[in-house]
Write a protein that binds this ligand. Sequence first.
Ligand code: MN3
Length: 203
Amino acid sequence: MPLDKPKANFAPIKLPYADNALEPVVSAKTISFHYGKHHKAYADKLNELVAGTAYDGLSLDEIVKKAAGNDKDKAIFNNAAQVWNHDFYWQSMTPKSSEPSGKIKDALQSSFGGVKEFKEAFAKAAVAQFGSGWAWLVKGKDGKLEITTTSNADTPIAHGKTALLTADVWEHAYYLDYQNRRPDHVKDWLDKLANWSFAEKNL
Ligand code: MN3
């Protein structure tokens, strides 16, 4: 008999643009696998893992923070953080990307010396992330902006930082469109897809 209790029901966020809107940097084919298969699989697995546990009924943020550093809940952490990271990643991109302006431009200026300097440092960090992971623009506890990378599913919200923008540098994010050329993908991502109004909203 199935237990009569509410089931966790995490699903990928609805994409804020059409499947082909990010082409040619992120193709509709990449979206079909990355969003339609990888992201969905993390959400499905999370629903299965939390059912009937102390995590059942918590928000996604709460699950990520509670499972972080809890070794026996590593699988819950990995899947919850990957759902969180991907939901955040899709919003970090827009087909209407433009150069940073206003408050976010000022913040990049004061933290990195300028937009160009920020892009160079972010690209360098994203390319240097060994293996699978994420490159992030975050706000630290002191309010200053920082660039950070995380491995695999790890996420800044597990480390007390506020995420502003993220680029997925797992191979599944770019391999169909760029093969092994992660540096080219990251450069195009920054110049053509980065969603600065989303970053500013997160400030
Ligand atoms: Mn991914």
